[in-house]
Design a binder for this molecule. Structure first.
Ligand code: SF4
Length: 292
């Protein structure tokens, strides 16, 4: 992996052209310290970060287990306020009992609540997945639609959920602005926007559309494994030279290494059934609910 310490400093523009605050980069060569970062330099740095992350996580994939668009849609709704691991441990039981939208639309809510209990907010989530199943049956003949404007008409389905489904079940490019994505793009000064829709629009201007889905995986994987919310592992971060926020977390390499999660830290991943590329790279499947 080749990294240069020359482009992570300065006053820069957001994806919508607004000036943002001047930033300084700790731990870089300081070659361009104090210089404003042009729009062109920002685009280059952003794309370089994405390329570096593609090398670090060549097997990046959606971390929700699914076998069809319906399962991905339900799993994505269930993933609010919990980990993908917990969802993956819960959905096998749910889909074994209710394999189709028709089954879930006709389900007894109390029985669904019992299955979804481990995911937290299980009453609201039960209402959501039964509601969206009814929507699928009533409006779309029991099929998950492959268009953003249709998906967002389903109860409990917003743009983030819709993009996850479009990108990963239909192969349509989309940017998934989840909590990790929001945190990291702000740390990298890719945008100063805080509203998810505005972040999505701003970041969309930095990358070709065909990169959007993989970019989302790379950023989210980095947020989960290395650039954590409270204690980013800066000292073990492969893109530190490109990051204006270097030093926000632990910079000691040995201490930073201990903060790494999932396969970077020697722990299993989140999917019970991960893609082969992940297993080939040494990743381990997550255990089912109740194991160990
Ligand atoms: S871990 Fe530190 S250096 Fe790496 S991207 Fe996050 S804030 Fe930047």
């Amino acid at each position: 992996m080749v990294v240069r310490r020359d482009s992570a400093v300065g006053e820069q523009e957001s994806g919508e052209g607004k000036k943002t605050a001047k930033v300084t980069t700790k731990g870089t060569s300081g070659k361009s310290a104090g210089n404003p970062e042009s729009r062109t330099a920002l685009v280059r740095r952003a794309r370089r970060i994405n390329r570096e992350l593609a090398e670090v996580y060549p097997y990046a994939h959606p971390e929700l287990d699914f076998e069809n668009p319906f399962q991905l849609l339900v799993a994505t709704v269930l993933s609010a306020q919990t980990t993908d691991l917990r969802v993956n441990q819960t959905t096998p039981g749910l889909f074994a009992k209710y394999p189709t939208p028709e089954d879930l639309a006709a389900a007894n809510p109390e029985e669904v609540e019992e299955i979804l209990r481990p995911c937290g907010f299980f009453r609201a989530k039960t209402r959501s997945v039964i509601g969206l199943s009814k929507g699928l049956v009533e409006q779309f003949d029991g099929e998950v639609p492959g268009r953003l404007e249709d998906l967002v008409t389903l109860p409990g389905v917003g743009r983030k959920t819709a993009f996850v489904v479009l990108g990963n079940a239909f192969g349509r490019p989309g940017i998934t602005v989840d909590t990790h994505f929001q945190r990291l793009v702000r740390r990298w000064r890719w945008t100063e926007e805080t509203d998810p829709d505005k972040i999505e629009a701003a970041i969309g201007t930095l990358f070709p559309k065909g990169d959007w889905t993989d970019l989302s995986h790379h950023v989210i994987w980095h947020g989960r494994r290395i650039c954590h919310a409270r204690k980013p592992a800066c000292g073990a971060c492969p893109i530190a030279p490109l990051c204006p926020a270097y030093g926000e977390g632990e910079t000691d390499p040995e201490k930073a290494k201990k903060l790494l999660k999932y396969e970077k830290g020697g722990f299993p991943g989140q999917r019970l059934n991960p893609p082969q590329a992940y297993l080939d790279a040494g990743g381990r499947p997550a255990p089912p609910l109740g194991a160990g």
